[in-house]
Design a binder for this molecule. Structure first.
Ligand SMILES: Cc1cc2nc3c(=O)[nH]c(=O)nc-3n(C[C@H](O)[C@H](O)[C@H](O)COP(=O)(O)OP(=O)(O)OC[C@H]3O[C@@H](n4cnc5c(N)ncnc54)[C@H](O)[C@@H]3O)c2cc1C
Length: 292
C-alpha cells in the first residue's frame, strides 16, 4: 500500500472502541471544571490519574499483557483528540506518560524490564516521563553533555535535563547520556535512585496544569540491567519516542481546534451586537468558516 493513499486507510471504529471513546468523553467532561480551576491556580490536576485510571486510559495503547487496554494507534489518537478539547495541558500529561513514556518501554525494553515497570504505569501507581532535553541541547539532542560511566554492576550518570513533562511526579523516566566512547545510550531510571534530583520549573506562560522539571543527575546510580536497548543506540530510541510524541501533539491539536470552533459558534449564537447576533454578521461567518 502506498503511504500517500489515505483513502485506503480504515478510520472506522468498532462498537467496543466507540464505548471506550464515550468513556473518555465522560471522564473529560467530569474533570472540565476542575481542570479550569487548577489552570487558574497554576497547579497540577490531581484528578487526572483517578478519573482516567478508572477507564484504563492510563495504559490505552499498552499491551493487555502489562495491564493496558491494548488499543491501536487510531483509538489512542481519537482519545487524545477528545482530551485535547480540554486543553493542551491535559493532553500533555498523556503525551508524557504514554507516548514518550510507556511506549518507549513497550517498543524498546526487554521482557524483564516491561514486566517490572509497565504494570504499575498502566494502573497509575507510577507515572512516566521522558528526559532528553538539556539547557544547551534542545532541538539538537545529539549535542547532549549528560555523561555516563561504568562502575561494576552500575552506570553512574552526571548531567542536567530540563523541561521534563510530568518530571515532578514521575516514578520512572527514560533518559539519555553519552558514554566514554561519545556514543549515546538510553536508560530507565527509578526516580528514587541515589543522585537523582527533580525540581519544578516555575513561571511557565502556558500548560499550567502539567508540571515540567529540571532534573540533575549527580553521580546517579543506575543498575546495568536498566540499560534500555543496545548500548550506544540511545539516540535512535529518543528519536522514535519523539515521533510518537509529535503524533500525540497533533491529535490533541485537532481537539483544541474543534473546541475553539464549537465555543466560537456557541458564543456567536448568543451574543448580540448592533442589533443582531454575531452569527448573523458576514465577517464573523467568514472567520468561523476559516476555522473549518
Ligand atoms: C512545554 C514543554 C514541554 C516539554 N516537554 C519535554 C519533555 O517532556 N521531555 C524533554 O526531553 N523535553 C521536553 N521539552 C523540550 C523540547 O523538546 C525543546 O524545547 C525543543 O526540543 C526545542 O529546544 P529548545 O527549546 O532548546 O529550542 P532551540 O533548540 O534553542 O531552538 C530555538 C528555535 O530555533 C529553531 N531552530 C533550531 N535549530 C534550527 C535549524 N537548524 N534551522 C532552523 N531553525 C532552527 C527551533 O525550531 C526553535 O524555534 C519541552 C518543552 C516545552 C516548551
Amino acid at each position: 500500500m502506498s503511504y500517500s493513499n489515505l483513502s485506503k486507510m480504515n478510520f472506522e471504529v468498532s462498537e467496543e472502541q466507540k464505548n471506550f471513546l464515550e468513556q473518555v468523553d465522560s471522564a473529560c467532561t467530569s474533570i472540565r471544571d476542575h481542570e479550569s480551576k487548577c489552570y487558574l491556580e497554576e497547579r497540577a490536576n490531581d484528578r487526572i490519574v483517578p478519573e482516567f485510571g478508572k477507564i484504563g486510559m492510563l495504559g490505552c495503547p499498552i499491551s493487555k499483557k502489562y495491564g493496558g487496554l491494548g488499543y491501536d494507534v487510531l483509538t489512542y489518537m481519537l482519545a487524545l483528540e477528545r482530551i485535547g478539547k480540554e486543553g493542551n495541558s491535559l493532553r500533555t500529561f498523556f503525551s508524557a506518560h504514554i507516548s514518550i513514556g510507556q511506549m518507549v518501554l513497550q517498543n524498546w525494553a526487554d521482557e524483564d524490564q516491561k514486566r517490572k515497570y509497565l504494570p504499575n504505569t498502566t494502573s497509575g501507581k507510577s507515572i512516566m516521563a521522558f528526559a532528553l532535553t538539556e539547557p544547551t541541547a534542545g532541538s539538537d539532542p545529539a549535542s547532549m553533555t549528560t555523561k555516563f560511566e561504568e562502575n561494576g554492576d552500575n552506570f553512574i550518570l552526571n548531567g542536567k535535563k530540563h523541561w521534563v513533562g510530568n518530571g515532578t511526579i514521575a516514578k520512572v523516566i527514560t533518559t539519555y547520556a553519552r558514554g566514554p566512547d561519545r556514543r549515546i545510550s538510553a536508560f530507565i531510571i527509578d526516580t528514587d535512585s541515589k543522585g537523582f534530583h527533580a525540581e519544578e520549573m516555575k513561571d511557565k506562560v502556558g500548560l499550567l496544569t502539567v508540571k515540567n522539571a529540571e532534573i540533575n543527575f549527580e553521580n546517579c546510580v543506575v543498575p546495568k540491567k536498566n540499560l534500555l536497548g543496545t548500548k550506544g543506540k540511545g539516540l535512535s530510541i529518543a528519536y522514535s519516542a519523539l515521533i510518537d510524541g509529535r503524533l500525540s501533539v497533533a491529535a490533541g491539536a485537532v481537539g483544541v481546534m474543534n473546541d475553539c470552533l464549537e465555543e466560537s459558534i456557541k458564543h456567536s449564537q448568543k451574543r448580540e451586537q448592533h442589533g443582531a447576533l454575531l452569527a448573523k454578521k458576514q465577517l464573523i461567518q467568514e472567520h468561523l468558516t476559516s476555522i473549518i
